[in-house]
Design a protein around this ligand. Sequence first.
Ligand code: HEM
Length: 328
Amino acid sequence: MARLFALIRTIAFGLLLMVIGPANSPVLAQVNPNGSAVQEQQLLNQLKTIQGLGTIPDTKSYVLEHLAGRDWQYFHNVTLRWITAIAILGFFGVLVIFYLVRGSVKLESGFSGRKIVRFNWFERFVHWMTAVCFIILGLTGLNITFGRPLLLPLIGADNFTAWSEWAKYAHNFLSFPFTIGVVLIALMWIAGNIPNRVDVEWLKKGGGIVGDKHPAAERFNAGQKVVYWVVVLGGLLVAITGYMLMFPFYGTTIDTMQRAEMVHAVAAALFIAFMLGHIYIGTIGMEGAFEAMGEGTVDVNWAKEHHRLWLSREMERENKPARTVPAE
Ligand code: HEM
Protein backbone atom coordinates (compact mmCIF):
# COMPACT_ATOMS: atom_id res chain seq x y z
CA MET A 1 0.00 0.00 0.00
CA ALA A 2 2.76 2.40 0.98
CA ARG A 3 4.62 1.53 -2.20
CA LEU A 4 1.50 2.20 -4.20
CA PHE A 5 1.12 5.62 -2.57
CA ALA A 6 4.74 6.41 -3.19
CA LEU A 7 4.39 5.42 -6.85
CA ILE A 8 1.24 7.49 -7.30
CA ARG A 9 2.97 10.42 -5.62
CA THR A 10 6.00 10.15 -7.86
CA ILE A 11 3.88 9.97 -11.02
CA ALA A 12 1.75 12.92 -9.86
CA PHE A 13 4.87 14.89 -9.05
CA GLY A 14 6.36 14.10 -12.47
CA LEU A 15 3.20 15.24 -14.22
CA LEU A 16 3.21 18.44 -12.14
CA LEU A 17 6.75 19.18 -13.17
CA MET A 18 5.85 18.64 -16.82
CA VAL A 19 2.98 21.11 -16.52
CA ILE A 20 4.51 23.90 -14.43
CA GLY A 21 8.17 23.25 -14.83
CA PRO A 22 9.23 24.87 -18.12
CA ALA A 23 6.97 27.89 -17.79
CA ASN A 24 7.31 28.87 -14.15
CA SER A 25 10.50 27.36 -12.95
CA PRO A 26 13.70 28.34 -14.68
CA VAL A 27 15.76 26.53 -12.05
CA LEU A 28 13.97 23.25 -12.51
CA ALA A 29 14.28 23.50 -16.23
CA GLN A 30 18.07 23.41 -15.92
CA VAL A 31 18.26 20.70 -13.31
CA ASN A 32 19.30 17.19 -14.01
CA PRO A 33 18.53 15.22 -10.84
CA ASN A 34 21.37 12.86 -11.68
CA GLY A 35 23.79 15.75 -12.11
CA SER A 36 26.38 17.36 -9.89
CA ALA A 37 26.15 18.58 -6.31
CA VAL A 38 25.68 22.17 -7.45
CA GLN A 39 22.55 21.18 -9.28
CA GLU A 40 21.46 19.16 -6.28
CA GLN A 41 21.54 22.37 -4.22
CA GLN A 42 19.38 24.10 -6.87
CA LEU A 43 16.94 21.24 -6.77
CA LEU A 44 16.85 21.36 -2.98
CA ASN A 45 16.28 25.11 -2.89
CA GLN A 46 13.45 24.74 -5.33
CA LEU A 47 11.72 21.71 -3.86
CA LYS A 48 12.68 21.91 -0.15
CA THR A 49 13.05 18.11 -0.08
CA ILE A 50 14.58 15.54 -2.39
CA GLN A 51 12.71 12.31 -2.23
CA GLY A 52 13.34 8.91 -3.73
CA LEU A 53 11.45 5.67 -4.02
CA GLY A 54 11.56 3.05 -1.34
CA THR A 55 10.38 -0.45 -0.66
CA ILE A 56 9.97 -0.42 3.14
CA PRO A 57 6.72 0.65 4.80
CA ASP A 58 8.29 3.68 6.52
CA THR A 59 7.78 6.30 3.81
CA LYS A 60 9.69 8.90 5.85
CA SER A 61 12.84 7.07 4.89
CA TYR A 62 12.28 7.95 1.21
CA VAL A 63 13.27 11.56 1.95
CA LEU A 64 16.90 11.83 0.95
CA GLU A 65 17.45 15.49 1.74
CA HIS A 66 15.44 18.11 3.54
CA LEU A 67 16.39 21.77 3.17
CA ALA A 68 15.42 22.44 6.81
CA GLY A 69 17.88 19.70 7.74
CA ARG A 70 20.74 21.85 6.50
CA ASP A 71 19.58 24.82 8.60
CA TRP A 72 19.31 22.54 11.60
CA GLN A 73 22.75 21.06 10.93
CA TYR A 74 24.23 24.57 10.80
CA PHE A 75 22.49 25.43 14.07
CA HIS A 76 23.78 22.26 15.72
CA ASN A 77 27.34 22.47 14.46
CA VAL A 78 27.90 26.22 14.72
CA THR A 79 25.27 28.39 16.46
CA LEU A 80 24.53 25.97 19.31
CA ARG A 81 28.20 25.44 20.07
CA TRP A 82 28.70 29.20 20.39
CA ILE A 83 25.61 29.69 22.56
CA THR A 84 26.59 26.80 24.85
CA ALA A 85 30.25 27.77 25.15
CA ILE A 86 29.48 31.43 25.84
CA ALA A 87 26.76 30.60 28.40
CA ILE A 88 28.75 28.03 30.38
CA LEU A 89 32.30 29.40 30.13
CA GLY A 90 31.05 33.00 30.40
CA PHE A 91 29.11 32.35 33.58
CA PHE A 92 31.93 30.27 35.01
CA GLY A 93 34.27 33.24 34.40
CA VAL A 94 31.82 35.59 36.15
CA LEU A 95 31.77 33.28 39.19
CA VAL A 96 35.57 33.12 39.33
CA ILE A 97 35.78 36.93 39.22
CA PHE A 98 33.02 37.23 41.84
CA TYR A 99 34.85 34.82 44.13
CA LEU A 100 38.13 36.69 43.72
CA VAL A 101 36.48 40.06 44.42
CA ARG A 102 33.90 39.14 47.09
CA GLY A 103 35.27 35.92 48.51
CA SER A 104 33.21 33.45 50.50
CA VAL A 105 30.28 34.74 52.61
CA LYS A 106 31.59 34.09 56.13
CA LEU A 107 29.59 33.20 59.22
CA GLU A 108 30.08 36.50 61.09
CA SER A 109 28.94 35.34 64.51
CA GLY A 110 30.97 32.14 64.30
CA PHE A 111 29.76 28.58 64.88
CA SER A 112 27.66 28.18 68.06
CA GLY A 113 27.98 24.42 68.20
CA ARG A 114 24.19 23.99 68.32
CA LYS A 115 22.53 22.60 65.25
CA ILE A 116 19.05 22.67 63.81
CA VAL A 117 17.52 20.24 61.32
CA ARG A 118 17.07 21.88 57.93
CA PHE A 119 16.40 19.04 55.48
CA ASN A 120 15.21 15.54 56.37
CA TRP A 121 16.66 12.38 54.79
CA PHE A 122 13.96 12.20 52.09
CA GLU A 123 14.54 15.80 50.97
CA ARG A 124 18.29 15.17 50.83
CA PHE A 125 17.83 11.90 48.94
CA VAL A 126 15.62 13.59 46.30
CA HIS A 127 18.05 16.53 46.03
CA TRP A 128 21.12 14.35 45.50
CA MET A 129 19.40 11.92 43.16
CA THR A 130 18.27 14.82 40.95
CA ALA A 131 21.66 16.56 41.21
CA VAL A 132 23.66 13.44 40.25
CA CYS A 133 21.32 12.77 37.31
CA PHE A 134 21.59 16.43 36.27
CA ILE A 135 25.40 16.35 36.22
CA ILE A 136 25.52 13.10 34.22
CA LEU A 137 22.79 14.32 31.85
CA GLY A 138 24.74 17.55 31.39
CA LEU A 139 28.06 15.84 30.65
CA THR A 140 26.57 13.20 28.34
CA GLY A 141 24.47 15.86 26.59
CA LEU A 142 27.50 18.08 26.07
CA ASN A 143 29.18 15.08 24.48
CA ILE A 144 26.54 15.25 21.74
CA THR A 145 27.22 18.96 21.21
CA PHE A 146 31.01 19.03 21.54
CA GLY A 147 32.23 15.41 21.54
CA ARG A 148 33.10 15.22 17.86
CA PRO A 149 35.26 18.35 17.59
CA LEU A 150 36.81 18.16 21.09
CA LEU A 151 36.96 14.57 22.31
CA LEU A 152 37.22 12.51 19.14
CA PRO A 153 40.63 13.90 18.12
CA LEU A 154 41.92 13.34 21.68
CA ILE A 155 40.80 9.76 22.36
CA GLY A 156 40.42 8.30 18.85
CA ALA A 157 37.46 6.89 16.98
CA ASP A 158 37.11 3.54 18.81
CA ASN A 159 37.18 5.01 22.31
CA PHE A 160 34.90 7.85 21.29
CA THR A 161 32.38 5.41 19.83
CA ALA A 162 32.39 3.24 22.96
CA TRP A 163 32.09 6.24 25.32
CA SER A 164 29.38 7.89 23.23
CA GLU A 165 27.33 4.72 23.21
CA TRP A 166 27.45 4.52 27.03
CA ALA A 167 26.85 8.24 27.29
CA LYS A 168 23.74 7.91 25.16
CA TYR A 169 22.40 5.04 27.30
CA ALA A 170 23.08 7.08 30.44
CA HIS A 171 21.35 10.15 28.97
CA ASN A 172 18.28 8.13 28.03
CA PHE A 173 17.90 6.09 31.22
CA LEU A 174 18.82 8.76 33.80
CA SER A 175 16.17 11.01 32.30
CA PHE A 176 13.59 9.00 34.28
CA PRO A 177 14.97 9.47 37.82
CA PHE A 178 15.74 13.07 36.87
CA THR A 179 12.14 13.74 35.87
CA ILE A 180 10.84 12.01 39.02
CA GLY A 181 13.27 14.14 41.07
CA VAL A 182 12.07 17.38 39.47
CA VAL A 183 8.43 16.48 40.13
CA LEU A 184 9.19 15.57 43.78
CA ILE A 185 11.16 18.80 44.27
CA ALA A 186 8.25 20.76 42.80
CA LEU A 187 5.81 19.12 45.21
CA MET A 188 7.81 18.98 48.43
CA TRP A 189 9.18 22.55 48.36
CA ILE A 190 6.40 24.52 46.65
CA ALA A 191 5.01 25.85 49.95
CA GLY A 192 8.26 27.59 50.84
CA ASN A 193 8.89 28.97 47.37
CA ILE A 194 5.95 31.24 46.62
CA PRO A 195 7.38 34.77 46.20
CA ASN A 196 6.25 37.32 48.82
CA ARG A 197 7.14 40.75 50.28
CA VAL A 198 10.04 39.42 52.32
CA ASP A 199 11.74 38.54 49.03
CA VAL A 200 11.47 42.12 47.76
CA GLU A 201 13.26 43.41 50.86
CA TRP A 202 15.83 40.62 50.61
CA LEU A 203 16.55 41.52 46.98
CA LYS A 204 16.76 45.25 47.78
CA LYS A 205 19.52 44.44 50.28
CA GLY A 206 21.41 42.33 47.74
CA GLY A 207 20.64 39.17 49.69
CA GLY A 208 23.59 39.75 52.00
CA ILE A 209 25.80 38.35 49.27
CA VAL A 210 26.41 41.73 47.69
CA GLY A 211 27.10 43.98 50.71
CA ASP A 212 27.47 42.86 54.32
CA LYS A 213 23.93 43.11 55.67
CA HIS A 214 21.94 40.00 56.52
CA PRO A 215 18.38 40.60 55.32
CA ALA A 216 15.57 38.59 56.90
CA ALA A 217 14.51 35.42 55.11
CA GLU A 218 12.12 32.55 55.64
CA ARG A 219 13.04 28.94 54.95
CA PHE A 220 14.01 29.85 51.38
CA ASN A 221 15.28 33.31 50.43
CA ALA A 222 14.54 35.02 47.09
CA GLY A 223 17.72 33.63 45.51
CA GLN A 224 16.77 30.09 46.49
CA LYS A 225 13.26 30.65 45.18
CA VAL A 226 14.71 31.60 41.81
CA VAL A 227 16.75 28.37 41.85
CA TYR A 228 13.58 26.42 42.71
CA TRP A 229 11.59 27.85 39.79
CA VAL A 230 14.46 27.46 37.33
CA VAL A 231 14.81 23.80 38.35
CA VAL A 232 11.07 23.11 38.17
CA LEU A 233 10.31 24.98 34.94
CA GLY A 234 13.68 24.35 33.28
CA GLY A 235 13.55 20.69 34.34
CA LEU A 236 10.08 20.23 32.88
CA LEU A 237 11.10 22.00 29.65
CA VAL A 238 14.15 19.80 29.07
CA ALA A 239 12.13 16.72 30.07
CA ILE A 240 9.25 17.42 27.65
CA THR A 241 11.54 18.31 24.72
CA GLY A 242 13.88 15.43 25.64
CA TYR A 243 11.06 12.85 25.54
CA MET A 244 9.94 14.29 22.19
CA LEU A 245 13.40 13.33 20.91
CA MET A 246 13.60 10.04 22.74
CA PHE A 247 10.31 8.78 21.32
CA PRO A 248 10.42 10.07 17.75
CA PHE A 249 7.32 10.41 15.58
CA TYR A 250 4.84 10.00 18.43
CA GLY A 251 2.80 13.01 17.41
CA THR A 252 5.91 14.75 16.09
CA THR A 253 7.41 15.31 12.65
CA ILE A 254 10.99 15.98 11.58
CA ASP A 255 10.25 19.72 11.82
CA THR A 256 8.83 19.65 15.34
CA MET A 257 11.67 17.39 16.47
CA GLN A 258 14.21 19.80 15.06
CA ARG A 259 12.58 22.58 17.05
CA ALA A 260 12.40 20.38 20.14
CA GLU A 261 16.13 19.67 19.83
CA MET A 262 16.92 23.37 19.53
CA VAL A 263 14.85 24.23 22.61
CA HIS A 264 16.28 21.26 24.53
CA ALA A 265 19.87 22.13 23.73
CA VAL A 266 19.61 25.90 24.41
CA ALA A 267 17.57 25.35 27.60
CA ALA A 268 20.13 22.77 28.76
CA ALA A 269 23.04 25.20 28.11
CA LEU A 270 21.38 27.99 30.14
CA PHE A 271 20.33 25.50 32.81
CA ILE A 272 23.90 24.19 33.24
CA ALA A 273 25.30 27.74 33.38
CA PHE A 274 22.71 28.76 35.96
CA MET A 275 23.27 25.70 38.14
CA LEU A 276 26.98 26.55 38.33
CA GLY A 277 25.85 29.53 40.42
CA HIS A 278 23.83 27.24 42.70
CA ILE A 279 26.78 24.85 43.12
CA TYR A 280 29.06 27.82 43.85
CA ILE A 281 26.86 29.20 46.66
CA GLY A 282 26.29 25.74 48.10
CA THR A 283 30.02 25.01 48.34
CA ILE A 284 32.83 27.58 48.37
CA GLY A 285 30.54 30.64 48.07
CA MET A 286 29.06 30.48 51.57
CA GLU A 287 30.51 29.18 54.79
CA GLY A 288 28.32 26.59 56.52
CA ALA A 289 25.90 26.13 53.59
CA PHE A 290 26.99 22.70 52.33
CA GLU A 291 26.18 20.87 55.54
CA ALA A 292 22.49 21.80 55.17
CA MET A 293 22.22 19.37 52.27
CA GLY A 294 25.18 17.21 53.31
CA GLU A 295 24.22 16.32 56.88
CA GLY A 296 20.76 17.85 56.94
CA THR A 297 21.54 20.23 59.82
CA VAL A 298 22.90 23.78 60.05
CA ASP A 299 24.47 25.75 62.85
CA VAL A 300 21.93 27.88 64.74
CA ASN A 301 24.06 30.98 64.14
CA TRP A 302 24.05 30.24 60.41
CA ALA A 303 20.24 29.98 60.51
CA LYS A 304 20.09 33.27 62.49
CA GLU A 305 22.18 35.11 59.91
CA HIS A 306 20.66 33.69 56.74
CA HIS A 307 17.12 32.51 57.58
CA ARG A 308 16.12 34.21 60.82
CA LEU A 309 12.33 34.21 60.15
CA TRP A 310 12.48 30.47 59.55
CA LEU A 311 14.58 29.91 62.67
CA SER A 312 12.23 31.84 64.94
CA ARG A 313 9.22 30.02 63.54
CA GLU A 314 10.92 26.65 64.10
CA MET A 315 11.81 27.68 67.66
CA GLU A 316 8.28 28.87 68.34
CA ARG A 317 6.77 25.72 66.87
CA GLU A 318 8.78 23.55 69.15
CA ASN A 319 8.54 26.10 71.98
CA LYS A 320 12.06 25.04 72.84
CA PRO A 321 15.08 24.19 70.72
CA ALA A 322 13.84 20.59 70.67
CA ARG A 323 14.92 19.84 67.12
CA THR A 324 18.38 21.15 67.82
CA VAL A 325 21.08 18.64 68.54
CA PRO A 326 24.38 19.28 70.26
CA ALA A 327 27.42 19.25 68.00
CA GLU A 328 29.71 16.25 68.40
C1 HEM B 1 13.99 14.09 31.24
C2 HEM B 1 15.13 14.63 30.96
C3 HEM B 1 15.84 14.52 29.61
C4 HEM B 1 15.57 13.77 28.49
C5 HEM B 1 14.42 12.83 28.25
C6 HEM B 1 16.60 14.07 27.53
C7 HEM B 1 16.71 13.51 26.26
C8 HEM B 1 17.61 13.90 25.29
C9 HEM B 1 17.68 13.37 23.96
C10 HEM B 1 16.79 12.26 23.40
C11 HEM B 1 18.67 14.02 23.31
C12 HEM B 1 19.10 13.83 21.86
C13 HEM B 1 20.17 12.81 21.84
C14 HEM B 1 20.62 12.51 20.45
O1 HEM B 1 20.69 13.42 19.61
O2 HEM B 1 20.94 11.35 20.23
C15 HEM B 1 19.25 14.96 24.22
C16 HEM B 1 20.30 15.82 23.94
C17 HEM B 1 20.89 16.67 24.85
N1 HEM B 1 20.53 16.82 26.17
FE1 HEM B 1 19.01 15.90 27.11
N2 HEM B 1 17.46 14.97 28.08
C18 HEM B 1 17.03 15.27 29.36
C19 HEM B 1 17.61 16.12 30.29
C20 HEM B 1 18.74 16.87 30.04
C21 HEM B 1 19.39 17.73 31.03
C22 HEM B 1 18.93 17.92 32.46
C23 HEM B 1 20.45 18.29 30.39
C24 HEM B 1 21.46 19.25 30.95
C25 HEM B 1 21.80 19.29 32.19
C26 HEM B 1 20.46 17.81 29.01
C27 HEM B 1 21.37 18.18 28.07
C28 HEM B 1 21.37 17.77 26.75
C29 HEM B 1 22.27 18.26 25.76
C30 HEM B 1 23.36 19.32 25.96
C31 HEM B 1 21.97 17.58 24.56
C32 HEM B 1 22.68 17.72 23.23
C33 HEM B 1 22.00 18.71 22.35
C34 HEM B 1 22.64 18.66 21.01
O3 HEM B 1 23.82 18.98 20.89
O4 HEM B 1 21.94 18.28 20.06
N3 HEM B 1 19.42 16.94 28.84
N4 HEM B 1 18.60 14.87 25.43
